[in-house]
Each structure stands twice: as structure tokens, then as C-alpha cells.
Design a protein around this ligand. Sequence first.
Ligand SMILES: *Cc1c(COP(=O)(O)O)cnc(C)c1O
Length: 483
Amino acid sequence: MNQLFRSLPSVDAVLHALAARPQEAASGSRSRKDTPPTGNDAASMPRAMLREHINAFLDICREEIRAGVHSSPEALSLDALLPRLTAYVAAKSRPRFRRVLNGTGVVVHTNLGRSLLAAEATRAVSQACAHYSNLEFDLATGERGSRYSHVEEILKSVTGAEAGLVVNNNAAAVLLVLDTLCKGREVIVSRGQLVEIGGSFRIPDVMTRSGAILREVGATNRTHLKDYAGAINENTAALLKVHTSNYRITGFHKEVPLEELCSLGRQHRLPVIEDLGSGVFYDFSGLGMGHEPTVQQVVADGADVVTFSGDKVLGGPQAGIIVGRREIIERIKKNPMNRALRIDKMTLAALEATLRLYTDMDRARREIPTLAMILATPDELARRARRLAARLRRTLEDRATVTLRKGASRVGGGSFPERDLPTTLACVHPASVSATELKNRLLDTDPPLAGMLLEDAFCLDPRTLTDEEFKLAAGALAQALNV
Ligand SMILES: *Cc1c(COP(=O)(O)O)cnc(C)c1O
């Protein structure tokens, strides 16, 4: 074992070798021409940092020697270690936050960044961050302006609401609305709507944080209008409806329709708040996925305040959108908490561009990636899956067989729960490793590739990959199956 330890190169020898062979240092493990260099590699790294990475790598080798992984000194020579070492350094020097290919078929994948922005929106973001702007400057008067003015008009015209406001995300929107309208007073909500929305984030906890007192009514599966009516007292501040986004109750189940809740609210002069979660402007009812009310419908049905996310099915940037009655929105705007929850200029730019696309629904469905992916037809997906499979076969040759199979995509983001969107999957059956092993290796490719395990195959859904990404996906699979 001592002999094995002694055959490890010194840090200086490695540094010297990397300096002498810069092309190797620069390419790292990325021997495949499919993956573009990132400019973050050993060749461009400060020496002290490079030294640290080399030390860490040699420590890994020492651990392996102790664990009996290596038996011959030759395997530990500088030449033998160099390819693995450069790959290690390249991996360490990549940005932590990076692009991932989404082959999962989950369109609004919260862990992978939810919605992709339309080209118009990314252009707007890049303008907003590269240049000064009229963020809070009124070009009509030359005086100070309001950042919210840029999106309020368009929100009003798309949703039909009297006024609107945007904040950091929908959780912030709910918090701000309750803090403004219900602090220290009661808000009545159905037990069936006290939902957890992910990351152990619970609506009831957000509400309690606002200082509102939660008054739960009804049963988990059924709540009636008389339950709400019976709970109203002099300390009631509002009636709240929460969209049960991420789960679906079937069977013996009843929720009070919004119109009925609104007429009860009007009788008692109480505002009705609806937290829609993933608000939609586009009417998906033709898709056969059940009825999902649009924001326009909810506003028309009489909700006084409606909150929803910018980056779920709406397909914009992360934001919380609040629309509703002018008098209420004005009070919300004046809440000092609003300042702590405000959105930044990049988000605002992306949001305005996205909202503008919605003034023409045909344009919206073509240009907003989230909508285009949800609305992709089974025929189109089958055609694209065939093209993806053909490319994978060409790239992977005898390292895997590739088959096509019918599958199901999901909208995700807590929208349309338990509703499948029919699709065709390209499934990779690796020749020498298990599909699970392949899936794990793909976490470490450049770029990483996320997909689905189905029986013993690693499957990709073309719904959430662009045609341009087929090539990158094939490249990632090649990297994963080469080693
Ligand atoms: C997703 C969701 C939220 C939180 O929205 P974020 O934009 O993630 O903050 C709140 N309420 C409901 C019902 C949701 O589905």
C-alpha cells in the first residue's frame, strides 16, 4: 500500500503537467465536440484554487487506495490520472447554478426552474439589466414614477380587473393581501383548501404569519355555503378561497362555487379573496383536462382580490400577481410590507413582455414556451420523439438500444393535478449499465440531463426538450455511456 501511495504524483508535478499541456487542461472530460467549452476550466483558473482542487483530488485517490480500489502503481501515475483529474477540476470549476436539460415531460418543473421565458421576455430582461431605464421615472412628466405602472394597465386589460399589483412571488402576494385586509381579524377558509404547496410550504402557515386568524370551516371533503355563513361574526375580515392546486379530490366532495361565496361576501360587506395558485389566462378547456377557471373568469365571477403566480402556467418570470377592486389594491399598494416584497426590474421587464403576448392569444400560445409545450399535439410529439430516437441511435451506436413508447407528460407546478397529457417517449436501454446507473451519471454530464425511469429504460419526453436540445441530450448520454 505504501508503494501505491508513493506512486501518486505531487501537486507540483500535476501543476507542471497542466501548464505544459494546456489543451488537455482546457478540454477536461469534454472530449466530445457536442458540448461547447464553458471557459471555466483549469487553464483559466487562479493557481491557488487549482492547487486546492488538485489536493482534493489526490485525497480522493488516497481514500481509494485505502479502500483497496487500486492494485497497480501504474494506474496512479501522472499520465494515468491526468484525464480523470482534468475532468474533476473542470467539474469543480463549473458554475454551481447551471443549465439542465429537462427530459422529464413535466412542463412547469419547480425544481428545474418552472417556466421558460418567451424570446420577447428574455430580450426585455437583457435590455433592462444592460441599460438604465424608466423603472421609476415618469417619462410624461420627468418626475418620479411608479414601477408598478408598467404592468398595471396591461393586467387590467387582460384580466378585466379594476386594478393590479405585482410582488416577488405568489406566496408574498397572499401574505401581503392578508396582512393588508385581515391582520388581527378572522379569515374564513374551507378545511379542504388548507394545502401544502411543496417544500413543506403550507398556506395556513403563510396566513398565520400575516397576523390573520384562520377560521377553518367545513370538512376535508365537503364544505357548504352555510358553513361559511355560520362562521361570520363581527371580527370577520374576509372570505378566502384557495385553489387546491396540487391534488384532486374525487368522489364525495363539495366546494362552494365562487359566485355563491361572492354573494355571501356582498351580503355581509366582506371581501372575497381567491388564491388561484397557478393563474391561467389561456382557456385550456378544449384539452380535455377538466375545468381550470381562467383569471378573467374568476374576476368576472366577482372575486374582490385574486392572487396567482407569474411563473407557473402563465409562463412568465417568478412573480406574484394581485388583481382586484381598485379600492382594495390601493390599500395593498400602501402597505409598507409591499416594499419588502417588491419585484426587481428584470422580473418586471420579463413580466411586461409576457403579458403583452397575452393581448393576442394566438401569439401567446405559439410564443410562450409553457403554453406551447402544454398544447403540443400527440402527433407532433410522436414525430419529434422519432427524430430524437434517431439522433440517439446515431450517437450511441451499440452502447444502447433506443425504443419509442407511449407515455404521459404532466403540466406540473401544482396545476392540473393527476391529469395526463399524452406523449411519445424515446427510451434508452443501456447495454452495459442499468438504467438507474445511467440516470445517476446524467446528473454529472455537461449539461446534466433529467429524464424518467420506466422499467429498465431511461426515457426522455420531447415535450420539454427543444429540437436544438436533442443534440445536447445525445451528447450528455454519450458522455454518460462512454466512461
Ligand atoms: C404555488 C402556489 C402558491 C405559491 O406561489 P409561489 O409563486 O410559488 O410563491 C400559493 N398558493 C397556491 C394555491 C399555489 O398553488
